[in-house]
Design a protein around this ligand. Structure first.
Ligand code: ZN
Length: 170
């Protein structure tokens, strides 16, 4: 069970709650949740839990924007099925604070690109996901490829685009 409705429990959590409002990431999370048709309730440690989010993007089972952790499924169900997921997402709430809010996105995107290059996977070498805990977030860690072959794979993928486009529009 997710324990609901508790305020921040200590100074650090208050700093996170206030900081993520001031840096606009929590307001953005509330907006995204409301636009996505989700219901928002207060969660533990000053977090906000949104459930019933409808759009199909992003693909993740849950995602975090500021102090708001958003999911399509009810949180009680999620917490039973993936007991560590909330912990994983909560670590992302700290990352929003440390990144000063919405700067999280360019930083996260860069790390995701690096991860895809190194491992062929969005999370395995992504600093943010590694720090949040890969297994807790439901990710299977993929080994890094030697950089040269990783770059080679990306290059041959890029080189094949004109051919694939030509085939498509023939
Ligand atoms: Zn994550």
């Amino acid at each position: 069970m997710v324990r609901k409705g508790s305020r921040p429990q200590n100074r650090r959590q208050w700093v996170r709650a206030v900081g993520n409002i001031v840096n606009l990431s929590t307001p953005a999370g509330v907006l995204v949740s409301v636009l996505g048709g989700a219901r928002i309730q207060t969660g533990p440690r000053g977090l906000l839990l949104a459930e019933g989010y409808r759009p199909r993007f992003p693909v993740a089972g849950a995602f975090t924007v500021g102090n708001v952790i958003v999911s399509r499924q009810p949180w009680d169900l999620l917490a039973r099925r993936f007991p560590q997921l909330l912990e994983h997402e909560e670590r992302h709430t700290w990352q929003y604070l440390y990144c000063g809010g919405l700067l999280y996105y360019p930083a996260y995107t860069a790390c995701m690109g690096w991860s895809v290059l190194r491992t062929g996977d969005r999370a395995s070498a992504n600093f943010f996901e590694r720090r949040a805990g890969l297994a807790a977030g439901g990710y299977h860690e993929r080994p890094a490829r030697p950089l040269r072959s990783a770059v080679g794979a990306q290059m041959s993928m890029l080189r094949s685009i004109p051919r694939r486009l030509a085939e498509r529009f023939r």
